[in-house]
Write a protein that binds this ligand. Structure first.
Ligand code: ZN
Length: 155
């Protein structure tokens, strides 16, 4: 295995794919309003693989480090990327902020008492926080659903 984790940048068409890759813990930049030129520049500068549905973009000399995504279905897209780059779906799952792509940190339960619904506070024990956008994450039915969906996708 490559010791450096893969980093991606996804084009505007691939929002759901970007979100799912973040669920798996992948570092994915997703800026839907970025221009093609800026997207390529950022990919080169930050050593990111470009994920795109735009064939012409992948044919540009400067965008060689890219993967053309053909399916319009995000489940197929995810399957494709996972298989192509042999992404480990288990070790990094739920470690990244789905909104801003930052790695999550664990946070003491006492510190977030007033910031989550009482039911969540009384039933959950482990919480993660995004230091960038301050969103809180915890296990629960939404994560169970994501895992079920992932099993289905990878089947
Ligand atoms: Zn965040």
């Amino acid at each position: 295995m490559d010791s450096k984790p893969l980093k991606f940048i996804a084009d505007a068409m691939l929002g759901r794919l970007a979100r799912w890759l973040r669920i798996l813990g992948c570092d994915v930049v997703y800026e839907p309003f970025i221009s093609d030129d800026d997207l390529i520049a950022k990919a080169i500068h930050e050593h990111r693989i470009i994920l795109t549905m735009d064939r012409r973009l992948t044919e540009r000399e400067s965008a060689k480090n890219s993967l053309l995504i053909k399916s319009p279905d995000y489940k197929e897209q995810l399957k494709h990327v996972i298989a192509y780059y042999t992404i480990d779906c288990k070790s990094g799952i739920f470690t990244r902020c789905l909104l801003c792509n930052t790695r999550l940190d664990t946070i003491d339960k006492e510190q977030i008492k007033d910031k989550v619904p009482p039911y969540v506070y009384s039933t959950q024990h482990e919480f993660d926080i995004c230091q960038q956008c301050h969103r809180l994450y915890w296990s629960g039915t939404h994560r169970t659903k994501m895992l079920e969906m992932l099993d289905q996708i990878l089947k």
